[in-house]
Design a protein. Sequence first.
Length: 203
Amino acid sequence: VIQTGPEGMAKIAFNDGTNYTVKQDSLIVIAENSANDRQQTNVAVNVTTGTVDLATGTYVQGSKSEVIVDGATASLAPESAARVRKDPHSHQDELLITKGQGTVERGGQTIQLTDWEKASFKASEGPMAKIKEIGPPTPISPANMMPIFAPSEDKPIEFSWTPMTNAKGYRLQISRNPYFSSLIVDRKVTSPAVMVSGLPEGP
């Protein structure tokens, strides 16, 4: 059992190359983590509450990497990535494939998912719905992981990204930590570029 607090985060690496990032206020149960003499691995994780990002490795044929949430079992293909969210307040569950592919089974219903498709369902009842998401834009300025050099805090810095087709708007968030548990900027904009001033020195 792995539980994170409001400022906490956990990263779990399994021997089949699968990585789990457990976000804040989350609880997961590792149901299985095994390997046989043919190097086939079996990883199964139950998401009890919260949000988990996971990426599967290049495991041997016959291996399984599964995520379980409220009776729905997602089987992920090698070199795939997903986000699983179980919201205890809205009682709504989501399983989003961000890369690769996966199959979600629940109560006799099976849904095939690929890039930026998600299965959404209520915790207690009803069928799963398949929804197409808009993927995230790519940062242009500053480019991903690139440092910014500004002569002063007063000088505005441009944040820009690739425009997304059919997007009604964008939400720009800037935080001092990679968990975004506290925000310096939280702004909704309609264009794929915005000038931000008053950013303090540091990460």
